[in-house]
Ligand binder design. Structure first.
Ligand SMILES: Nc1ncnc2c1ncn2[C@@H]1O[C@H](COP(=O)(O)OP(=O)(O)OP(=O)(O)O)[C@@H](O)[C@H]1O
Ligand SMILES: [Mg+2]
Length: 373
């Protein structure tokens, strides 16, 4: 036997000192470390101080009895499963049921037969060891995932600045003071657009990671949804024009107040519009509407593109879910809508994709209206 292996510790609990000695004498034939407790309270204190690998527990004890001790072991936070064997002089069915309800693993009648006691203890210790191994594997895996996640996040974080730099440089080169050929201008515009896209993806990955960790804090303000849309439209007008797509909006005459994080809401609208533009054929129109419908703020983005097949309409809100298209007008990553759903739901709203006749898609976002103050 590997001498370096730590011995299993058995806690023997009995108010009768002789009974404790007898049990220990039997089990001494195997290589264990022993601790003894003369009652329920002493047993619980001993367990709290250092977790044993198995508890041999007398049922009938003054004070806290074996059933109760067993119950408390089961409800306590232990590193892994601690097997409990109840030693009892009684063997009525109701005692058996009580013991099992309290979470005991096994029963042995007193006085315990030698071979049986040794065999049962060994088998329960085996289970405990397997359990400990699983617990350890799990914590190793968790540590590994955490490490990987934080590495990914760091990389994402560090790519942000060079991407922003690309965007800014392209913008400054596109300034009116530079004489550029149409071709160079077009390439620079593409460069700026792509850098913007990557920047947006990185930003959204970071926001989603924070949300998954439960660390996303929304800055809640009263926001006019019409303004969110107007600002986003202005930012995208150029990109739409470059693809020959017209942008139209139909906004309510009075403010549509929602409570939310304006920056995140802008990203939602940005994502929906970017998709609509990306999937629109040349010469078609993308329409945005904002209004109040059934006591909710409602925003819709409509396009005349290929639309989303019915079976895929709920799936596309999952991460990395896309519908393969023969002629996708750009890269399909499948993160944008997952981000939208996360943000909309964090705001207490809903997002859905509907069909449109004869062609096209309609994305609908509903949000609770802000309360009057
Ligand atoms: N307006 C639309 N018309 C047709 N299909 C769409 C439209 N919007 C989204 N889809 C489908 O849903 C998929 C998921 O969209 P989502 O915005 O999540 O990802 P993406 O646009 O592919 O990439 P990104 O992460 O850059 O946004 C798209 O790949 C496309 O298949
Ligand atoms: Mg998208």
């Amino acid at each position: 036997m590997g001498g370096a292996k730590p011995r299993d510790t058995l806690l023997i609990v009995d108010d009768d000192a002789t009974a404790r000695q007898v049990a220990q004498a039997i089990l001494s034939a195997d290589n264990y470390e022993f601790r003894q407790a003369s009652g329920g309270e002493a047993a619980l204190a001993s367990i709290a101080e250092r977790e044993p690998d198995l508890v041999l527990l007398d049922v009938m004890m003054p004070g806290i009895d074996g059933f109760e001790v067993c119950h408390r072991i089961r409800t306590a936070q232990t590193r892994a499963y601690v097997p409990v064997v109840l030693l009892t002089a009684l063997d009525s069915a109701s005692d058996l049921a009580r013991g099992l309800n309290a979470g005991a693993d096994d029963f042995i009648s007193k006085p315990a037969p030698r071979t049986e006691l040794r065999a049962r203890v060994r088998s329960l210790l085996r289970i405990r060891r397997q359990h400990l191994e699983l617990v350890e594997q799990r914590s190793r895996l968790e540590a590994f995932y955490k490490q990987r996640e934080s590495l990914v996040r760091m990389v994402v974080h560090d790519i942000r600045s060079p991407v922003t730099a690309c965007q800014l440089i392209a913008s400054s080169l596109l300034g009116p003071e530079h004489k550029l050929s149409a071709l160079v201008r077009q390439d620079l515009e593409t460069l700026r657009e792509e850098a913007r896209r990557v920047g947006r993806l990185l930003e959204e990955m970071l926001v989603m990671a924070r949300q998954e960790e439960g660390k996303l804090s929304l800055s809640f303000e009263r926001v006019d949804l019409r303004e969110v849309v107007t600002e986003t439209l202005a930012a995208l007008r150029h990109a739409a024009g470059a693809r020959g797509v017209k942008l139209e909006s139909e906004l309510a005459a009075s403010p549509v107040w929602v409570g939310g994080d304006p920056a995140l809401l802008r990203r939602v609208v940005d994502n929906l519009l970017t998709n609509a533009i990306k999937f629109s054929p040349h010469g078609k129109t993308v329409q945005v509407t904002v209004g109040v419908h059934r006591d909710k703020a409602m925003l819709e983005v409509l396009d005349e593109g290929p639309g989303v097949p019915e079976e895929a309409r709920s799936r596309i809100f999952e991460q990395y879910e896309i519908v393969k298209m023969r002629e996708a007008g750009g890269l399909q990553t499948g993160l944008g809508l997952a981000f939208c759903r996360m943000v909309v739901e964090a705001h207490g709203g809903q997002i859905s994709c509907l069909g449109r006749r004869p062609v096209g898609s309609r994305f609908r976002v509903t949000l609770p209206l802000a309360t009057q103050d």
